[in-house]
Design a protein around this ligand. Structure first.
Ligand code: BMA
Length: 292
């Protein structure tokens, strides 16, 4: 058993009733630590329920200052109802954001790039599949190929590409596990973390009561299609009032796990309404991922 530790300042970001586009919900943020600052790209909804993405910055990872206007919003037809659940990696000098586009046709995984985190260029669909989401790039290439985790319901898959357009060697990685907390669906959390023991992957799992929890797995460093270990337990579950009650009940859902110093900062949406932070010493979390 290993549990993330909630930060005492939680929840660290709340909706702002005076700002229409983020008046109702702020949740499921991407966070990158770059040049000494925590940069957050967060999903926000107003009364129209359209998801836009806002930017906030912090020195300590806890107190964030927001820009007044969103930095990314629906433009393409397949995003008409929202751009959701961003995940950001820094790879070979630029930022890549994987996000879900939501429209009348359903949801689809998309990709954008940026040098600044503020102006984003659309690179189009990450995969041609409707209904796929929770996609995130590895922050490094394997040989000459990029790798991307994605969720083909109900499991996490991993695919490879030399141009971020066509994908190959698409492989089932983590399926749901009957009778456990992740028995119905699973999806990646933030970008996998490279450690001396392999890739540390945080992911969410859903059970038959529609409760979202977070767990961890360890993947082979050279070949991330190989799962080295997957502990049985979860590392965070809804327990606080703001994780249990919100827009969607009983949800902790993460798109960001950032290592700063010896600590992993896990940012997550609480009940699709607010943003929380929970941390763990990297060494202890890695030990659990290896042996738990
Ligand atoms: C998932 C995602 C998340 C959300 C979660 C709980 O399908 O769309 O954005 O937090 O559901 O509602």
């Amino acid at each position: 058993m290993f549990q993330l530790k909630r930060h005492p300042a939680n929840p660290i970001l709340l909706p702002r009733p005076d700002s229409p586009w983020q008046a109702l919900n702020v949740f499921n943020p991407a966070v990158v630590f770059h040049r000494g600052l925590f940069h957050m790209l967060y999903r926000a909804q107003g009364l129209d329920y359209v998801s836009r993405i806002g930017y906030a910055v912090s020195e300590d990872g806890v107190r964030f200052s927001r820009l007044e206007d969103p930095v990314f919003w629906p433009e393409a037809p397949k995003e008409a109802r929202g751009v959701e659940d961003p995940r950001v990696v820094f790879l070979e000098g630029r930022f890549y954001m994987t996000y879900t586009g939501y429209s009348a046709q359903g949801i689809q995984p998309f990709l954008a790039e940026s040098e600044t985190l503020l102006r984003w260029r659309r690179l189009g669909e990450a995969l041609p599949e409707m209904g796929n989401k929770n996609h995130v790039l590895f922050p490094e290439r394997f040989g000459h190929r990029y790798a991307m985790l994605h969720r083909r319901p109900p499991a996490i898959w991993v695919a490879f590409s030399s141009d971020l357009k066509t994908w190959e060697d698409d492989t089932l990685l983590l399926p749901p596990r009957p009778h456990l907390w992740d028995s119905v669906r699973v999806g990646a959390a933030g970008p996998p973390l490279l450690t001396p023991k392999g890739w540390l992957l945080l992911y969410h799992g859903v059970d038959h009561g529609n409760v979202y929890r977070l767990g961890v797995a360890l993947l082979d460093r050279e070949d991330p299609r190989r799962v080295l270990h997957r502990p049985e337990g979860f590392i965070l579950q809804p327990e606080e009032v703001w994780e249990i009650r919100g827009d969607v009940p009983n949800v902790v859902f993460s798109c960001a796990n950032v290592v700063v110093g010896e600590e992993v900062y896990v940012y997550y949406g609480g009940a699709d309404r607010v943003i929380g932070l929970a941390t763990a010493p990297l060494a202890a979390l890695l030990r659990y991922a290896e042996e738990g």
